[in-house]
Design a protein around this ligand. Structure first.
Ligand code: HPA
Ligand code: ZN
Length: 335
């Protein structure tokens, strides 16, 4: 098997997927029709043609518009189920899924509809597809600390249905430290902590995520390479980076996939992982990200296996489940 074939075939975990970013144009139109909403795009093709992004904000504007068709519990369930079928096809065996409740509650959608719809899809994925899945609630960093606290409060009745919190949306100008007190409260609640940092923002934002928020993973983190002391710290602590190569390409974080820092991150000994971020918008799910990265950077068989192992190492699963996932990988490599 070539490294590319191996990358597609082996079991893997996805740890950086915004479920609203898995909403394909076809499903956006179907949900708009089901909910009696009209869209400012004439067709699926016209909508897809608008997916030409210059930076993170140009994407977020369209991403939030797409998510506006989600109104009812069944909409959230159907969106997540469509993602799970794609994940299964790519041999994803475990996934930790971001969701953005503020995008929905601000439109009057009840928190219960969001969380119950997603959570029932996770249960179904476990039962019908053998994929283990958990939810991570993301705070929108362009909104206030007060809004984040109110969102946490509204979500707490559903505490058993999500395992952690994250921080996403417009990065530059909204440093992690803006949410230090919210994350401190989440830590007291035994929630797992992650944050987007170092996608467009500087290495200083990654330091803040680590030191002020006390995150257990960094989402993206590709700009860490600009700060050798930070790279040394990330390597020393085996701090996972959930890297999203096609996202970085589509949002112009890198000019070409051949310039992507993934190989340099691995060679520096960091616990880097491959993820799809917003697969409906960035041109591919897990295996598209794996395959195109392996080819552009000429990654070796060992690199591919390291990436899959890293995805399990970085997962928020029990020791027992982690051992099971690692064993599945070992089995796939020898067979
Ligand atoms: N970065 C920040 N916020 C996001 C992203 C991302 O890549 N995707 C969805 N929300
Ligand atoms: Zn993201």
């Amino acid at each position: 098997m070539t490294p590319t074939q191996l990358a597609a075939a082996i079991p893997k975990a996805e740890l950086h997927i915004h479920i609203e970013g898995s909403l394909e144009p076809e499903l956006i139109f179907a949900l708009a029709q089901r909910n009696g909403l009209s869209l400012p795009y004439a067709s699926v093709e016209v909508l897809r043609a608008a997916y030409a992004f210059t930076d993170l904000q140009s994407f977020l504007d369209i991403y939030y518009a797409g998510a506006s068709v989600l109104l009812h519990e069944a909409d959230f369930h159907d969106m997540a189920w469509a993602y799970f079928l794609r994940a299964k096809a790519d041999n994803v065996v475990h996934t930790e899924i971001f969701f953005d409740p503020q995008t929905h509650t601000a439109r009057g959608v009840p928190m219960a509809a969001v969380i119950n719809g997603l959570s029932s899809a996770c249960d179904r994925a476990r039962a019908e597809l053998g994929i283990s899945a958990s939810l991570i609630l993301c705070f929108l960093r362009h909104l206030s600390e007060e809004d984040a606290f109110a969102t946490l409060e509204a979500a707490l009745p559903h505490r058993p249905r999500f395992i952690g919190v994250g921080l996403d949306s417009s990065e530059v100008g909204h440093p992690p430290s803006k949410f230090s007190r919210v994350f401190a409260r989440c830590r007291e609640l035994d929630l797992r902590l992650v944050a987007h940092a170092g996608e467009e923002g500087p290495p200083a934002y990654i330091w803040e995520a680590l030191n002020d928020l006390k995150t257990e993973r960094i989402d993206h983190g590709v700009r860490s390479l600009e700060d050798p002391a930070l790279v040394a710290e990330l390597a020393r602590t085996r701090m996972p980076l959930t890297v999203c190569p096609l996202s970085n390409l589509k949002l112009c974080v890198v000019r070409d996939l051949k310039d992507h820092p993934m190989k340099r991150l691995l060679d520096a000994g960091l616990c880097a992982t491959v993820n799809s971020d917003d697969p409906a918008y960035f041109g591919g799910y897990m295996n598209a990200n794996f395959v195109q990265t392996v080819e552009a950077l000429r990654l070796s068989r060992d690199d591919v296996i390291t990436l899959a192992r890293n995805s399990f190492e970085a997962s928020f699963v029990s020791d027992e489940r982690r051992a099971e996932l690692m064993a599945k990988l070992d089995q796939a490599i020898v067979s």
